[in-house]
Design a protein around this ligand. Structure first.
Ligand SMILES: Cc1ncc(COP(=O)(O)O)c(C=O)c1O
Length: 396
């Protein structure tokens, strides 16, 4: 007899636990999990400290502290020219993760279909399944991760309720182009589908690429739930301050879940983020420039190690093709890399409904100090040699 409910019994534990545990046991440089190992900005910490000292320590309003909702609305106008009403269209959530769950549980009925691009962020599928929805997958393929119009169109039906889009995209680093988003927008309008866009990496973008907010496309502001959070932009993933922006009708649907799941987020941290969002433009451009330089450094190290990096246009992840090293799959490769080379990465097969689709790839995070990346680069040099001797042992 098991106490576990059926709805969660097939979820298993995430690959992050296994890889972090393995990395700790082998004292590996951990380029697996996507959290910065450097401090976030002082102006953000200071604003939260002041809020605590000013006794902003009781429950926030369910939809979030008014200053933060106003700062979010202001940011959307400032960066994307999107008018947002802070009172009826913004909900502050416990990170983007809660926003994703509240949105899906608030909008998806049992049997509704939800289109998900894979590789996907790992909470999407469980959220859809808990709601009783049916995931329908569109597989993005390396090295371009391009979208085929016919293939995507074929996924839409009269059962489709939602499409989930993550741009910039974890783990591929793809930044959806305006043309791709316009295609999705047309399909949403033809089939009366809601777009849910996860934009947590909106400010980590390279090579002059442009982040396009789906809600700004014609006809989409009333059928898009825009999700973002402060964790990546301000290098404070532990704060878990996220938000949704949606029409009053869509906001009410997700708010019904939010009110009973968490009621509200942490009040003083919301004040901190309200201040942080007003940072000058240079804060955002410096952040992107720092990550672009980290990306180039790590890509070069991966290349020297015999891997083929697939250059991301955004996020702080890089995928590499491991096909030429002769490992049977990505999980075996990542275990070998962690234990024998001392660098931990994530096997992306965990982000596909058919794990074989990710079997020739590995994901590396570059949200680390330059010293950490340099140490990883020194160790990665061993990879060619260790992979070759492994091949030899296997064939003997
Ligand atoms: C694509 C994507 N969405 C959402 C999240 C979660 O964001 P938060 O920490 O704000 O819940 C992450 C975190 O890694 C992510 O990569």
């Amino acid at each position: 007899m098991t106490y576990m409910a059926q709805r969660v019994s097939n979820f298993g534990t995430t690959i992050f636990f296994e890889m972090t545990d393995l990395a700790n046991r082998h004292q590996a440089v951990n380029l697996g999990q996507g959290f910065p190992n450097f401090p976030g900005p002082d102006f953000l910490k200071q604003a939260a400290i002041e809020a605590i000292q000013d006794d902003v320590n009781q429950y926030a309003p369910g939809s979030g502290r008014p200053r933060l909702r106003e700062a979010i609305a202001h940011k959307m106008a400032r960066f994307y020219g999107l008018p947002v009403d802070p009172d009826s269209e913004v909900t502050v959530t416990h990170g983007a993760t809660e926003a994703i769950f509240a949105t899906i549980l608030g909008l998806v009925n049992p049997g509704d279909e939800v289109i998900i691009f894979e590789p996907y962020y790992d909470s999407y599928v469980p959220a859809v399944q808990i709601a009783g929805g049916v995931p329908r997958f569109y597989t993005l393929r390396p090295p371009n991760w391009a979208i085929d119009r016919k293939e995507l169109t074929a996924l839409f039906s009269d059962k489709t309720k939602l499409i989930l889009i993550n741009t910039p995209h974890n783990p591929t680093g793809k930044v959806y182009s305006e043309d791709e988003l316009s295609l999705i927008a047309d399909l949403c309008q033809t089939h009366n589908v809601i777009a849910v866009t996860d934009e947590v990496y909106e400010h980590i973008i390279f090579d002059g690429a442009k982040h396009v907010c789906m809600a700004t496309l014609p006809g989409m502001s009333t059928r898009t739930v825009t999700i973002s959070s402060a964790g990546k932009t301000f290098s404070m993933t532990g704060w878990k301050v996220g938000w949704t922006i949606a029409s009053p009708e869509l906001t009410q649907a997700l708010f019904r879940v939010h009110q009973f799941m968490v009621y509200c987020g942490a009040a003083p941290l919301q004040e901190g983020v309200a201040t942080a969002l007003q940072a000058p433009h240079t804060y955002y451009t410096d952040l992107a420039a720092m990550y672009e330089s980290n990306r180039d450094f790590l890509a070069n190290a991966l290349l020297k190690a015999g891997l083929t990096p697939i250059m991301p246009k955004g996020t702080y992840f890089i995928m590499a093709d491991i096909g030429q090293l002769g490992f049977p799959d990505d999980v075996t490769f990542c275990r070998h890399l962690t234990a024998e080379v001392g660098v931990a990465a994530i096997p992306p097969s965990a982000f596909y409904h058919n794990p074989a689709d990710g079997a020739t790839l590995a994901r590396f995070a570059f949200c680390k100090t330059r010293e950490t990346l340099e140490e990883a680069a020194r160790r990665l040099v061993k990879l060619k040699h260790s992979a070759a001797s492994r091949k030899l042992t296997m064939s003997n």
